[in-house]
Design a protein around this ligand. Structure first.
Ligand SMILES: CC(C)(COP(=O)(O)OP(=O)(O)OC[C@H]1O[C@@H](n2cnc3c(N)ncnc32)[C@H](O)[C@@H]1OP(=O)(O)O)[C@@H](O)C(=O)NCCC(=O)NCCS
Length: 192
């Protein structure tokens, strides 16, 4: 039975040789319900130029983030989760736009602490989200939308079995420029 929290597999070994010497052995990546206490970090990440160049232009102030949070948590169509490295919040993810009638939804992942990119955490999280979507929630189709040029996210999605589906042309504004959004999806028979 899903209890609201996921304990992902330990990532010990993947990041213990980290060049920044972050002591992470014995640490575990966990997904827990996102709370209003997490919104300061969400706002910080959304205003971080290393990160927001990869994000669809969205709520950037704390009041806007509260409004976003209330909107997504007041609907049963969204499942937002904080990503924790032990007890430290390092990012968040969401299964959103859950459409039970058509058995489809969308996923998104943000590792807000960019020093932790490229260490397998994104893959661990997406693996768990897909398990939730296909095995628990019996979805038929899962969508992910990423900013054009986000090679790390593209590689992650493709390695998980997502296929490129098409482009929303100039669908968001990033650094004052209209920017394309690329859509990737995976269907239940492609999920293994
Ligand atoms: C995209 C993101 C979630 C990926 O998480 P991550 O922990 O960095 O990813 P992983 O370490 O699991 O690696 C994923 C893939 O990217 C590859 N990768 C790592 N560094 C890379 C780089 N500089 N360029 C291209 N690919 C790279 C990895 O090799 C891996 O592919 P593989 O399994 O085929 O080897 C994370 O970087 C992030 O939060 N970025 C900012 C927000 C964002 O872009 N979110 C995506 C919107 S859904």
């Amino acid at each position: 039975m899903y209890d609201g929290n996921y304990n992902l597999r330990s990532i010990t070994g993947i990041i213990e040789n980290d060049q920044d010497n972050i002591a992470m052995s014995d640490n575990q990546i966990t997904l827990r319900d996102l709370t209003t206490q997490d919104l300061d970090a969400v706002v910080r990440w959304r205003n971080d130029s290393n990160i927001n160049k990869y994000l669809v232009n969205r709520e950037k102030t704390l009041p806007e983030a509260y409004a976003w949070f209330n909107r997504i948590t007041n609907s049963s169509n969204n499942l937002p989760k904080g990503i924790y490295d032990d007890n430290q919040l390092i990012g968040y993810c969401i299964v959103g736009d859950i459409d039970k009638k058509n058995r489809k939804c969308e996923v998104g992942v943000i590792i807000g602490e960019s020093r932790l990119w490229g260490k397998g955490i994104g893959k661990t999280v997406v693996t768990e989200l897909l398990k939730y979507c296909f095995e628990i929630n019996k979805m038929h189709r899962v969508l992910a939308v990423i900013v054009k040029g986000n090679e790390r996210a593209e590689r992650l999605l493709k390695s998980m079995g997502f296929r490129y589906e098409g482009t929303f042309r100039e669908a968001t504004i990033i650094n004052n420029q209209f920017t394309d959004l690329n859509c990737f999806s995976i269907l239940e028979h492609e999920y293994k």
